[in-house]
Design a protein around this ligand. Structure first.
Ligand SMILES: [Zn+2]
Length: 911
């Protein structure tokens, strides 16, 4: 699966709630929808409770017998799929097959009826068997094993099959049921399934864990006129009395999270590529848009498939490949074997699409296609390794796609996309490792975050560096062949690769994958007159575990004539660089040269001074970006002063021609400006900052660069003249040549103006509301408006309303509003919201989507930098001894910037 573009940016950019206003970019973009609690009626709870008691008695009775036979340990039913339950079943069940029929009514309000036969072999039939079905027992109308009818017993989302109805060897359960709707995304004339990570069992009874792979034979009965697509190819269809029955061929063994089907009013495009027929299902009504994109979509899939077959040495494993374009799909893509689902808007591009958008499209196609091997053919054993399939898909996608976009500096892109977000977590007091313990699949959602998306790719690049590209490829071929159609763990892979290198991969993996945090890397340089006589680098573990982060560095030495790169292997506490005795002293020493090297880099004093003075003139774009990232870290550690970085940004921007670097520097400028200096300093700096940003808007040649500068100006503007200019732009009395504004731009300007308390702000907001044509954006703006009000009582009342879960349904709207309430210009008043925001977290985790607790906390703290605000957070944490550890970690990660700012910003003269 692939999160929608901007998942983490959206989170970061919620900071002041204005950088992005487009619904699409702030939309639901998490890669796994997590676990949605079924809302059962009171009566269902009673029934369930009684059944649970009965079932527990049955289980306890059989525990005794289980022990006597020295066989499998029994598992007490709990909600979700626990690790013991999964391990128990994986050891017991084999040769699993599902024959599933679903009857889909025309109207989405009517229930979907299902009939299913689950066939499997059991090694041990002495214990009750739990089949996952997260619905109340009254959703099951009949249950039988072979010819024997079983009375229905359900407990904690499982059907309990008594041992008297089971036997060693072949078993067959037949079930009639009403399928749960939640994972089926039912719309008026189409629906689609989305079962990842363990939601198939909300729709139909199954063993909902990744290491019980089963062949699925699916039958769908749908209204006549509907199309349908599933993992297997369509074998036949009959239409009668307004209903069409479609039979799909049995699939290869697949885990339930990869089962996928869609049905409804779809158009189909076909293309025959050297005997391989691709089909594209879509609902686009603009034929020109389809015509413009169809060949590119087919070509990109074809070339990705060919590349992967060549790289892996294995032909595509599934019988056919279809693509389903779904409007407002939750993710950018989901890799259902043989039927990839995509967000329609990321594949059907407009005529004005930028190179970035084309790259993103090629990337998501290559990513999902890579999953056919990494994830679908070989699947992780448990979701603690979900990062592995994601990092492989990204890694392959970059190899497949990047050569087709030679104008983009991909190494720079990798550095800027992954290092800052990974550091953002690893520098906090509570970082999480890449591979996290997962006790139950209903917590799988909490694994996702910057460490999986950003640190894991960095670690994978190191693995390739250690093994060499060809050696890694050969190791992966062995791995795919050995585990094809089965499951494997990260440890399985590392053990196989370990044989291919002299380095101790197990130790490497322990530090990078199993443990959280990063090393501190220090430069030890000795200079004599104009010569450098000694150079070494040492690493230490800030968390005092004595960990060694084995890594290959590229040491950059700067000279007037250019940069000199020397590789250095830092495999122990200290690595000495061999120095030719006549080596002149460099103007800078960057241990993380070429954007390679992970850690907190403590630069030597000369290097730091050089960059603060001369960074804009440094020749390489990747050196400039690396220096910025390193200086920013240094500022957060209390070294470089925030005002020095602001000054450096203002000198850098006019000279910087690489857009990726401009965006990086604008982001740092914004954060330093709002979070790390006093209000008085900000007011004093405002004219200079605005002048640089307006010059940037003026001088930028490309529209996207103009847009970056304008967004930064809109976010930072403070002077009367600047605000008046923004108001003229908003009221269309003024324009910017080469930068046409769309509806989301005007909305963002209106929000910025309101927060700055311009005269007549309430009328301005009303006028903006009236201007909005798009109904979704209009509803969103109407929701956020009270949070923008100049009247504190209105804001207080709105905030109080967020305690009601009904007012938190539209999470991106809530985040916009919360960031507006806590804007730095309103932080003094908003300090009173911090404690209640934290108090709501547990409720937010229960009722919200997986990224919501983190984003909520970030938004609630976004505008604050005072010691008083920091104290509210530390008091909250210290007063909750039994607080859930995962939420505690979220608060500690999300409050790290506030904690640092409260130490760095001088307290006098503030607000
Ligand atoms: Zn993926």
């Amino acid at each position: 699966m692939r999160d929608r573009r901007g998942a983490k940016e959206a989170a970061a950019n919620q900071v002041r709630g204005q950088r992005r206003n487009d619904d699409q970019e702030n939309g639901p973009d998490c890669p796994a929808t997590g676990y949605h609690l079924q809302r059962l009626s009171r009566r269902s709870y009673l029934v369930l409770g009684l059944l649970a008691v009965v079932a527990s008695v049955v289980v306890v009775a059989w525990m005794v017998r289980g022990r006597r036979h020295q066989r499998l340990e029994p598992v007490i039913p709990t909600d979700g799929v626990s690790l013991p339950l999964a391990q128990n079943r994986a050891a017991n069940i084999s040769d699993l097959r599902y024959a599933l029929s679903l009857t889909i009514p025309e109207r989405k309000e009517e229930a979907i009826r299902g009939h299913e036969t689950i066939s499997f072999r059991l090694a041990d039939a002495s214990l009750p068997l739990l089949v996952d079905f997260a619905q109340s027992a009254d959703h099951v109308s009949s249950l039988s094993s072979g010819s024997q009818t079983i009375s229905i017993s359900a407990s904690h989302g499982h059907l309990v099959i008594p041992p008297t109805s089971l036997r060693e060897g072949e078993n067959q359960l037949t079930i009639d049921f009403i399928g749960g709707d939640a994972p089926l995304n039912r719309n008026d004339d189409f629906l689609y399934s989305l079962f990842v990570p363990a939601r198939a069992s909300q729709t139909f009874p199954c063993f909902d864990q990744p290491d019980l792979k089963g062949a699925l034979t699916l039958t769908l009965e749908v209204p006549a006129g509907w199309e349908a697509v599933a993992n297997g190819f369509e074998r036949d269809r009959q239409t009668q009395s307004g209903r069409t029955v479609m039979h799909f061929a049995a699939t290869q063994p697949l885990p339930t999270y990869l089962y996928g089907f869609a049905a409804g009013r779809f158009s189909i495009e076909r293309s025959d590529r050297e005997g391989r027929v691709f089909r594209l299902f879509h609902r686009e009504t603009d034929p020109a848009k389809v015509a413009r994109n169809r060949d590119a979509i087919f070509n990109l899939h074809e070339s990705a498939l060919k590349w992967l077959e060549d790289y892996t040495g294995r032909a595509y494993s599934f019988d056919k490949l279809d693509f389903v374009l779904i409007p407002s799909f939750q993710f950018a893509g989901m890799e259902h074997a043989g039927a990839i689902f995509y967000n329609a808007s990321s594949l059907l591009l407009d005529e004005t699409a930028t190179q970035e958008q084309e790259l993103a499209r090629a990337n998501v196609i290559a990513h999902e296609t890579s999953h056919m091997w990494f994830g679908d053919l070989v699947t992780m054993k448990w979701f603690d390794d979900v990062w592995l399939k994601e990092v492989f898909a990204n890694f392959m996608a970059a190899k497949i796609v990047n050569p087709s976009f030679p104008n983009i500096n991909h190494d720079l892109k990798f550095l800027i996309e992954h290092y800052p977000p990974a550091y953002e977590i690893d520098r906090t007091p509570a970082p999480n490792p890449i591979r996290q313990q997962l006790d139950n699949l209903n917590e799988a959602g909490s694994l996702y975050g910057n460490i999986i998306y950003d640190k894991a790719p960095i670690v994978m690049r190191q693995l390739e560096e250690i093994l060499g590209p060809d050696n890694l490829r050969d190791g992966l071929r062995d791995y795919l062949n050995r585990f094809a159609f089965r499951n494997a763990t990260w440890t399985d892979l590392i053990n196989m690769l370990d044989a291919r290198t002299d380095e101790n991969l197990a130790a490497w993996s322990h530090a990078w994958v199993d443990e959280p945090g990063r090393p501190t890397i220090t430069t030890d340089v000795t200079r004599k007159a104009d010569e450098m006589t000694g150079l070494a680098f040492s690493q230490s573990d800030p968390r005092k575990r004595q960990l060694i982060w084995n890594q290959h560095l590229q040491i950059a030495l700067g000279y007037a004539g250019g940069v000199r790169i020397t590789p250095l292997h830092l495999s122990s506490e200290r690595a000495v660089m061999p120095i030719n005795s006549s080596l002149p002293a460099p103007s800078y020493i960057l241990p993380n040269g070429e954007g390679v090297g992970y850690g907190l880099f403590r630069l030597d004093a000369e290097t730091k001074a050089f960059f603060l003075a001369h960074l804009p003139e440094t020749g390489h774009s990747i050196t400039r970006a690396t220096a910025w990232i390193t200086l920013w870290d240094d500022m957060l550690e209390g070294g470089t002063q925030p005002k020095q970085l602001i000054d450096l940004a203002l000198r850098s921007l006019p000279a910087e021609l690489e857009q990726q670097n401009v965006d990086l520097v604008l982001g740092y400028l914004d954060e330093a400006y709002w979070t790390f200096i006093t209000d008085a300093d900000r007011t004093a700096l405002a004219p200079q900052v605005e002048a640089v940003l307006r010059a940037g808007i003026q001088n930028a040649r490309e529209r996207s660069l103009k847009a970056s500068y304008f967004a930064a100006f809109r976010q930072m503007v403070l002077t009367d003249g600047g605000v008046a200019y923004l108001r003229r732009l908003w009221s269309k009395q003024d324009t910017i040549a080469g930068l046409p504004f769309a509806e989301p731009d005007f909305i963002a300007m209106a929000q910025a103006l309101a927060i700055r308390g311009v005269a007549g702000a309430p009328q301005l907001l009303e006028e903006q509301l009236a201007r909005i044509q798009n109904p979704d954006r209009r509803a969103r703006f109407a929701f956020v408006m009270p949070a923008l009000s100049p009247d504190e009582a209105v804001r207080d009342q709105f905030f109080a309303g967020l305690a009601n879960v009904e007012n938190r349904r539209h999470e991106p709207w809530v985040l916009d509003a919360l960031a507006a309430l806590n804007h730095p210009l309103r932080a003094a008043h908003a300090e009173r919201y911090i404690k209640p925001s934290l108090d709501l977290l547990q409720s937010i985790q229960r009722t919200g989507d997986i990224f919501f607790p983190m984003r909520w906390t970030r938004a609630a703290l976004s505008g604050h930098n005072s010691p008083a605000a920091a104290k509210v957070v530390t008091d909250f944490l210290s007063q909750q001894p039994n607080y859930p550890p995962r939420l505690m970690q979220i608060v500690e990660q999300a409050s790290d910037t506030l904690m640092r700012a409260s130490r760095i910003v001088p307290d006098s003269g503030r607000r």
